[in-house]
Design a protein around this ligand. Structure first.
Ligand SMILES: [Zn+2]
Length: 496
């Protein structure tokens, strides 16, 4: 077990965790956002990040510090915490980004980790190779070999209590990501960044991002804290947390502000296009779009950066509360409606329902069926799998509503789409207490029929009658031939 990370509560693959950072003497509650602090251009002072935004952890770049004579000397003399004036945990990146960007850097994993240790970093990073999405297989494999060597080098550096990142690369090859994750998991390193996903996020390829995270999660132990490197847009926090990411870093708040871009949980707006500020943070409460547009460049950048931070932290709190309340997937579903590509991300998550099901808690808040996608959630899959375990009488009616007049069944169960037949004894247990719209959609009825089919498969001796409420033909077609079918609409309008 990795003793620096403790899991408190879960929903889907998401979890509330506690990351102990011994060198800083702090415990960070995850999911956590780490604002990126560029030591050359400080947009919002780290002290304010802590006091006004509640930042417990931030990330800065040791390579930038090491490459600048003044910063290097100051960091070595005072230590990072005093230099940045921040008491929380400080994570340092290594220059891998610069390596990917410029093709060359003048440091090694051993040297930069030693430097990170010497300036008082709490979580250091080796020099891995961030292989971009869609690289050739050959390239991805070659780079991964270098990254794996960097992890081995990192293990050999004496860094005391400093935690060390073990980045997981492998481009968009799921098997390579999984292999890289297994390798990283086998090291004695501490935190597991999933790297090189920024190009996917910049291109709104949230489905590919989900596949990459799913592959990494398959190779990592449950006790591995996972950092989604470069992920700072609030619109994707719910999705990424539901996939099991624990740490996020945001350079977006400052970079977007520089371009007059205003973050929201549904996407990014340009200040020039805003007639209203759809937010109640202190900045938006006190300013109108005209005020912001009229401010000087530096002032406008700072104000936008502060709004961006407020909305980012707010969404992270909302995600954590949803996780705690057991309705994270409802939030993911709501966020998926903000942008068609987010919907792709949610649909990709549902493709991994089996993987999610293995960790999803048995009991949560209320299951809200909010769209036809809800019928593919891990809770539905789990119920279909477990129907085989139920004891059933010889003759059984599963009904969505009333009981036919000449009732002669051994027992009457509920028929609950998208789950299927539900014994009375389970009616009050999650997720069978699901709230459905009055107008149930086709996919939900079809999933209910699949539940009936799964039941029949394991209970072939049971004489089953299904009384449905106006199911479409496509759902009725999925019912096994042995099942007797009644339409409750006929019963209601008939000769009762
Ligand atoms: Zn605001």
């Amino acid at each position: 077990m990795r003793d620096s990370f403790e899991i408190r509560d879960g929903d889907a693959l998401g979890r509330i965790g506690r990351l102990t950072v011994p060198r800083a003497g702090v415990t960070v509650e995850t999911p956590a956002l780490m604002p990126v602090v560029n030591p050359n251009i400080v947009t919002v002072e780290p002290r304010r990040l802590a006091d006004e935004f509640g930042a417990e952890i931030l990330i800065t770049n040791s390579y930038i510090i090491k490459s600048n004579d003044d910063l290097r000397e100051q960091a070595l003399a005072e230590g990072l915490h005093e230099m940045l004036d921040f008491d929380g945990a400080i994570v340092t990146d290594s220059g891998s980004f610069q390596l990917a960007e410029y093709g060359d850097i003048d440091t090694t994993t051993r040297e930069i980790l030693q430097f990170q240790h010497d300036i008082g970093s709490d979580v250091g990073t080796p020099v891995d190779i961030p292989t971009p999405p869609d690289a050739s297989r050959e390239q991805a494999e070659e780079d991964l070999a270098v990254t794996e060597q960097a992890l081995a080098d990192a293990e050999s550096v004496e860094v005391g209590e400093m935690l060390v990142n073990a980045p997981v690369q492998g481009s968009t090859y799921a098997d390579l990501r999984e292999q890289a994750a297994v390798h990283a998991n086998d090291t004695d390193l501490d935190v597991f960044p999933v790297g090189a996903v920024v190009p996917l996020m910049n291109d709104y390829r949230y489905d590919d991002m989900v596949d990459v995270i799913a592959a990494a999660k398959r190779g990592l132990g449950r006790d591995c804290p996972v950092h989604l490197f470069g992920a700072g847009h609030p619109m994707m926090f719910a999705l990424a947390v539901a996939m099991g990411c624990d740490l996020f870093d945001s350079a977006a708040y400052a970079l977007y502000a520089r371009d007059d871009r205003y973050l929201t949980v549904r996407g990014t707006e340009h200040l020039a296009d805003l007639d209203y500020l759809p937010c109640s943070c202190p900045i938006c409460a006190e300013h109108s779009p005209e005020d912001l547009r009229a401010a000087g460049d530096e002032e406008r950048e700072r104000l936008l950066a502060e709004h961006n931070l407020h909305v980012t932290y707010e969404e992270m709190r909302r995600v954590k509360q949803a996780l705690r309340s057991g309705n994270l997937l409802e939030l993911v579903e709501a966020r998926a409606r903000g942008h068609p590509r987010m919907l792709d991300g949610y649909r990709a998550l549902l493709d991994h329902a089996e993987q999610l099901e293995r960790e999803d808690p048995v009991s949560k808040g209320a299951f809200f069926s909010l769209s036809h996608e809800s019928a593919r959630r891990p809770e539905v899959l789990r119920y279909h799998d477990r129907l085989a375990r139920l004891d059933a009488p010889d003759s059984l009616l599963a009904t969505q509503g009333g009981t036919p007049r000449d009732h002669d069944y051994d027992a009457v169960w509920r028929l609950v789409p998208p789950f299927g037949p539900v014994p009375r004894a389970l009616s009050d247990t999650y997720p069978l207490t699901a709230e459905l719209p009055e107008r149930v959609d086709r996919a939900t009825c079809e999933a209910g029929a699949d539940g009936v089919a799964a039941f029949v498969e394991s209970h072939s001796e049971v004489e089953l009658t299904v009384a449905h409420h106006d199911w479409p033909e496509s759902a009725l077609e999925r019912l096994p031939a042995s099942v007797a079918v009644e339409d409750l609409l006929d019963v209601e309008s008939g000769d009762r």
